[in-house]
Write a protein that binds this ligand. Structure first.
Ligand code: ATP
Length: 236
């Protein structure tokens, strides 16, 4: 029997979610990015395109008639009502697409869900993983990556829940406050732990997964363990 073990990956702006997703993928996991789904759906002809123009007006379009995501982000991060409106409009479409993609995948499936806890989406996954990093480190990373001022980055940070809250709610956490090599190593350790937990009888604690609650609550193990890491590698 083919099995799926899904992990909802989250973290604040600039914490390293995309980097972690890329790493999980390189290790053999199947991955889904809700940001990418949102991007696809807001392109001309996509299911969110006209809805967004109706809600926010033609001023969110660029010269070529595409939705300028930065313009939308700038507007919604300054206004929580607009943000909620955007979420009400786009989230059901994004979740529907995520669910249909997940149905086609098996083995270890990691999904990047920026608003995992804010949107109470935990129930869609077998386990949750939060990437954490101090605010000043995230600010530095994002200002290097994007054309955003420190105050714009802080506004985005304050619109999200805190790392303390993520730490309380996630099954497992990775601190991404060191260099990339250390982060990649931690991602690999969790990937191996997920493989081990679902393919053998070892406990999460024995596998090096730190949150002991995970043992009881995080894993909804099905009947037959399989060589998930091998399955994933065959998939690629
Ligand atoms: P967002 O929520 O804004 O999409 P994110 O959580 O996906 O952010 P990433 O894009 O993965 O964050 O990381 C932000 C930037 O920081 C990227 O340019 C990434 O390459 C870099 N980065 C991530 N982790 C580290 C690290 N440990 N050391 C150095 N740079 C890092």
């Amino acid at each position: 029997m083919r099995r799926r073990f899904s992990i909802g990956l989250t973290g604040g702006i600039g914490s390293g979610k995309t980097e972690a997703l890329r790493r999980f993928s390189a290790l053999g996991a199947a991955t889904i990015s809700l940001d990418e789904i949102a991007h696809e759906q807001s392109r001309p002809g996509g299911p969110a395109f006209l809805k967004m123009i109706r809600a926010f007006g033609r001023q969110i379009l660029d010269e070529s008639g595409c939705i300028d995501r930065k313009k939308v982000a700038d507007r919604v991060f300054l206004n929580s009502n607009l943000r909620k409106r955007l979420e009400r409009l786009t989230h059901p479409l994004i979740l529907k697409e995520m669910q249909s993609q997940m149905k086609l995948l098996f083995g270890i499936v990691v999904v990047d869900v920026p608003l995992l806890f804010e949107g109470r989406h935990e129930k869609n996954f077998d386990a949750t993983l939060a990437v954490l990093a101090p605010a000043n480190v995230r600010l530095h990373r994002v200002s290097k990556r994007d054309r955003l001022s420190p105050s714009e980055i802080r506004k985005r940070m304050f619109a999200q829940i805190s790392d303390e809250e993520r730490m309380k709610r996630a099954d497992v956490v990775i601190d991404n406050d060191g260099d990339l090599a250390a982060f990649h190593q931690d991602v690999k350790r969790y990937y191996q732990a997920f493989c081990l937990i679902v393919t053998t009888q070892v406990t999460p604690a024995q596998a090096g997964v730190q949150n002991s609650d995970f043992l009881d609550s995080g894993l909804r193990r099905n009947d037959e363990p399989e060589q998930l890491h091998l399955i994933n590698q065959e998939q690629r």
